[in-house]
Design a protein around this ligand. Structure first.
Ligand SMILES: *[C@@H]1O[C@H](CO)[C@@H](O)[C@H](O)[C@H]1NC(C)=O
Ligand SMILES: *[C@@H]1O[C@H](CO)[C@@H](O)[C@H](O)[C@H]1NC(C)=O
Ligand SMILES: *[C@@H]1O[C@H](CO)[C@@H](O)[C@H](O)[C@H]1NC(C)=O
Ligand SMILES: *[C@@H]1O[C@H](CO)[C@@H](O)[C@H](O)[C@H]1NC(C)=O
Length: 624
């Protein structure tokens, strides 16, 4: 027995050596090395006086049902100045992201509010308005799904103009396009615990009763089932996409749908193309027809895969709890905390054919970690003036492995030639002549592939990301992962108590509200060591791009806002003036939107009962 024993002690020593250092870097990444109190000092207050709740309320009170709270995501439409918020006050007990479906919370709607989309005209000094979902009238051809009014649990959200006409970049000698009369609001919705989610498409009319204050969100389409079955470029892989975050791919639109609910046929017999050919006013046409854009989408795990659901219990820590676990994870997958495969993918829903395909990420995919949701943002590479020909020239993805966190920049690239991304689809065409013939259309789709050139490293995992019009980005996160886990778990227990689902077990000492940071990342291009271009040098960058000159991009990150660890007693002791002066940031930020025109950053938190924050960008701290 001496020999096996000797071997096992060698193995043990090996385990110790090979896993100790990765384990230490893992702990550091999640802030486990920080001593209690480190994040509660004055140093951890930064520019908070510029951040205020979007509410007349003081930041020591919860938002009521008349204000948005528990908002996963926020998106800003730069053409209309309208921001849209996706908020679910039942989030603590109905959390599709974490695989928790304990209670959909309807009994508390009067007190905390119901899940909803909120619209906010950021150009006016007003508050966000809750939008009421309206279904097509009974006589309309297309009817809303039965669950639409009863169960609505929104996560990711995207916005675009009701028709691509309003997005076209015009030639310099042409009149620029008018503002769209309506926005399309696309929402990742998770109505059922045991099924994957859907994407609901809504119209928000801005030219009707109430103008931009119109409080009705009209449902027109649901993307689900077959349409979200990702058929892949590598044929042996297939996924049911469970939509989490979405972004508009302003190319290859759906057929035209009448903007107003119409009787009888959903698709009118006279197509807009026919009407254009008889020289109608394209602006008038655009105003009365809606076209659904293609979408980029990330996926949560499939709730039907129980295995994962059990493993992904959010009450389980994201951290390795022993130093040998990173090593063991290599040998025994049950110790692995890497997120499943589909969380690393980015899918494209092609509206022209109603099908989903997977984008190719050449040279390795972003790493994703268990319990951290798959985020991304798209950027158009400054559009035509930047020499770019795609609305998604670049995708930014936070990448999180056991010991590194970064934001990766993936650029659309033609490594395999454009042909590699083109697929042909044969689609049944509507039989508009009632000829009884099976008419087919051949439609081609282009699914872009991406290559990673640049990354920006972080000291802790990223929980929210926004990109501005120049490709600079904003990130938010919490330096201490366990503090976040404790805080959310405490909030959840309190909610369950309130719902009468658990007997009172909350410890009298609430955990601290964990500290949060927000930073801006900007860049310069270098050539042979000297800075030759800044983000705003559109023409220079376009010229370089056309000539095929490859420049080295260098990212620089600056922390702009910081909020500290806060004990409940500290907040309770504050006077009104102190509360205003100390400002407000959501505790666990999950959504960011940047308004470069007015110099504001909007911050939401999926687990935040106090609503959303608006931060004025402090002049000396940001590159504006
Ligand atoms: C999913 O859950 C709902 C409600 O709990 C139930 O009515 C439905 O039959 C379930 N569906 C499946 C596919 O299990
Ligand atoms: C976009 O530009 C690239 C590089 O110039 C070119 O290879 C590609 O074909 C263009 N794509 C489209 C859709 O025009
Ligand atoms: C409808 O009928 C017209 C006239 O016969 C024909 O030219 C057209 O191609 C038909 N369209 C379709 C979609 O069948
Ligand atoms: C918030 O602070 C104000 C001013 O100190 C105080 O009057 C009020 O009672 C506090 N509200 C809560 C809910 O703690």
């Amino acid at each position: 027995m001496l020999i096996p024993l000797a071997i096992s002690s060698v193995a043990a020593a090996l385990v110790a050596v090979t896993s100790y250092i990765p384990y230490q870097s893992h702990l550091k990444l999640h802030g486990a090395h920080l001593n209690p109190g480190t994040l509660a000092t004055q140093d951890q207050y930064l520019n908070l006086q510029h951040c205020e709740p979007v509410s007349p309320r003081l930041p020591n009170q919860s938002a009521g049902p008349a204000e948005p709270s528990f908002c996963e995501d926020v998106v800003l439409d730069s053409r209309t100045g309208m921001a849209y918020l996706s908020c679910d006050p039942t989030r603590l007990t109905w959390d599709a992201r974490a695989g928790i479906f304990e209670d959909s919370g309807a009994t508390l709607h009067d007190e905390i509010g119901a899940p909803a989309i909120w619209a906010w005209d950021t150009t006016q000094n007003r508050l966000p308005r809750r939008l009421f979902i309206s279904s097509p009238p009974p006589w309309a051809k297309v009817q809303a799904p039965a669950d639409l009014q009863s169960t609505f649990h929104p996560l990711g959200i995207a916005v675009t103009a009701s028709n691509p006409y309003y997005l076209d970049e015009v030639e310099p000698d042409q009149d620029s396009r008018p503002a769209p009369p309506a926005n399309l609001v696309l929402v990742a919705n998770h109505p059922y615990a045991n099924q994957t989610g859907v994407v609901d498409v809504f119209v928000h009319d801005l030219d009707k009763v109430g103008g931009k204050d119109n409080a009705v969100l009209r449902w027109i389409k649901r993307i689900e089932g077959e349409a979200l079955q990702a058929r892949l470029i590598d044929p042996d892989e297939a996924y049911t996409v469970n939509p989490f975050r979405i972004a508009v791919y302003a190319e290859q639109y759906s057929e035209s749908i009448p903007r107003d609910y119409t009787k009888g046929s959903h698709i009118s017999t006279a197509t807009p193309q026919d009407l254009v050919s008889i020289e109608q006013d394209p602006a008038k046409l655009a105003a009365s027809w809606v076209r659904v854009p293609s979408l980029f989408v990330t996926s949560l795990p499939d709730p039907a895969l129980r295995d994962y659901a059990a493993k992904n219990d959010a009450r389980r820590s994201a951290l390795y709890d022993a130093f040998w676990k990173p090593f063991a994870a290599v040998l025994f997958p049950s110790h692995a905390k890497e997120a499943p495969d589909r969380l690393r993918k980015i899918f494209v829903y092609h509206a022209s054919v109603g099908k989903t395909l997977m984008s190719r990420f050449d040279g390795g995919e972003p790493a994703q970690w268990d319990t951290f949701p798959p985020l991304f943002q798209t950027w158009d590479g400054n559009g035509k003036k930047g020499g770019s020909n795609s609305s998604v020239a670049t995708i930014f993805v936070p990448s999180l492995s056991s010991d590194t966190a970064k934001v990766q920049e993936w650029e659309q690239h033609w490594v395999r030639g454009v042909a590699g991304g083109i697929r042909e689809h044969v689609i049944a065409a509507p039989d508009i002549n009632n000829s009884g013939n099976d008419l087919k259309h051949l439609i081609k789709t282009y699914t872009p592939s991406f290559v990673n050139f640049f990354s920006s490293e972080r000291e802790y995992p990223i929980r929210a990301l926004a990109v501005d019009n120049m490709g600079r980005f904003w990130t938010a996160g919490n330096p201490q992962t366990t503090a976040v886990e404790n805080w959310i778990s405490h909030q959840r227990t309190k909610r369950l108590e309130k719902l009468g689902l658990v007997v009172s077990v909350t410890p009298t000492d609430a955990p601290v509200r964990p500290a949060a940071n927000i930073e801006q990342t900007t860049f310069v291009y270098r050539h042979f060591g000297s800075v030759i271009a800044h983000p705003w040098d559109f023409e220079k960058l376009a010229t370089m791009k056309k000539r095929g000159i490859w420049l080295k991009k260098e990212y620089h990150t600056f922390t702009v806002f910081k909020s500290p660890d806060e004990a409940l007693t500290q907040v309770q002791a504050r006077t009104k003036d102190q509360l205003i002066e100390k400002g407000f940031l959501p505790t666990v930020p999950t959504g960011l939107a940047i308004d470069t025109a007015s110099g504001h950053l909007y911050v939401t938190g999926a687990y935040e009962e106090r609503g959303i924050a608006r931060c004025k960008l402090p002049h000396d701290w940001v590159e504006a």
